[in-house]
Design a protein around this ligand. Structure first.
Ligand code: ADP
Ligand code: MG
Length: 365
């Protein structure tokens, strides 16, 4: 029996939140944490699934349509459906999943699973696609089969990751440009504070933010917010909430571009300042943070981070910070104690590094 094993990492977005569907800019890294899928095709029309992280296995037909599969299996069934819809071959067999990406923490275990399933299936069928095609198929599966309205960033980051590089993504062209993210050379560490807070109402809020952006673009007479620049346009938006949402998107795009320049020149003080500004914009203009998340970001700053910001869609998830390497333990202890003092759940705190993107591990016979 031939098996095909592929892995795909989770990701952290360093800066550029809610910019992807507005065709702006973002700068994620792929993580070293990854999801591995081993696929043993058997020529049938049925896929059986097992995951070390989910107790209950599952199965679905390769002809399954949106609505036919629910639960975690829908992420795998969705990309198989997207492949078939695009006219690519799919085949049944046994898939086993293992992951060390934290699930549901905003580190994109979903895209990691989708991309690993896609690469293992494509290896089995001899289908060769470039990263952008794979990313779009994974996004289609997540949007139209799972029913989660997400942009393209997670998949592009998972597929295109490079060691010690962040990825400057321009969502208008879907281009990905590696930018030096060499923390060791500056004795810095990327600290991740997982709030362990459930993302309450995040899907409804996400939709509402997208609708604000679409409505404002229509009011401004453009297809997307990418086509407008500068504070002047804000005066032309009648609704004050929509205006604030647009202010976040426009200012965030500028911060991403500035951050890429600062990182490339090794100016991590500036990077930290931009992270702080990004958090303030998400808190005040886009209103996607929570008091719990704001406390974590503030505490990180007070105890010596160069900058800190929530990462991911919002309403929970993780806060990231740039921290001097010698201060990691002290800051971890101090932040944990601040969180406990305010009565919020204990965080999980870890350091992250920019790792390589998805790949096929082998095809063993
Ligand atoms: P995130 O992408 O931030 O981790 P999501 O809610 O988008 O959070 O995706 C998490 C969902 O993806 C899980 O609830 C589960 O359905 C599925 N999933 C991700 N990783 C795995 C895995 N290793 N095994 C089974 N299901 C997984
Ligand atoms: Mg996800």
């Amino acid at each position: 029996m031939t098996t095909y094993t592929a892995y795909a990492p989770g990701r952290i977005n360093l800066i550029g939140e809610h910019t992807d569907y507005n065709l702006g800019f973002a700068m994620p890294i792929a993580l070293e944490e990854r999801t591995t899928v081993t696929f043993e095709p058997d020529g049938s029309d049925r896929i059986t699934l097992a995951s070390d992280e989910e107790g209950v296995g599952s199965a679905f037909d390769v002809t399954a349509q949106p609505g036919d599969v629910d639960g975690w299996a829908s992420y795998a069934a969705g990309v198989v459906w997207a492949l078939a819809q695009a006219g690519h071959p799919v085949v049944g067999g046994a898939m086993s999943v293992h992951s060390d990406v934290p699930i549901g923490a905003g580190l994109s275990s979903s895209a990691a699973l989708e991309c690993a399933v896609l690469l293992s299936m494509n290896a089995a069928t001899g289908t060769e696609l470039d990263n952008l095609d794979v990313a779009r198929l994974a996004q289609r599966g997540e949007n139209d089969f799972v029913g989660a309205p997400t942009g393209l960033m997670d998949q592009l980051a998972s597929l295109g990751g490079e060691v010690d590089r962040a990825l400057l993504i321009d969502f208008e062209t879907s281009s990905v440009e590696p930018v030096a993210f060499e923390l060791d050379a500056h004795d810095l560490v990327l600290l991740v504070v997982n709030s362990n807070a459930a993302h309450q109402h995040s899907t409804g809020e996400y939709r509402a933010r997208r609708e604000s952006c679409t409505r404002a673009a229509r009011e401004l007479g453009v297809d997307t917010l990418r086509d407008v620049q500068g504070e002047d346009v804000l005066e032309r938006i009648g609704d004050s909430v929509d205006r604030a949402r647009v202010r976040h998107v426009l200012s965030e795009n500028q911060r991403v571009l500035e951050c890429a320049k600062a990182m490339a020149s090794g100016d991590f003080r500036r990077v930290g300042t931009l992270m702080d500004q990004s958090h303030a914009s998400m808190r005040d203009d886009f209103e996607i943070t929570t008091p719990h998340i704001d406390l974590i970001a503030e505490s990180l700053g007070v105890h010596g981070a160069l900058g800190a910001r929530m990462t991911g869609g919002g309403f929970g998830g993780c806060v990231i910070a740039l921290v001097p390497a010698p201060d990691v333990d002290r800051i971890t202890t101090a932040v944990t104690s601040d969180i406990a003092e305010r009565g919020f759940p204990d965080p999980t705190i870890f350091t992250a590094r920019a790792g390589r993107g998805a790949a096929l591990v082998n095809d063993r016979t």
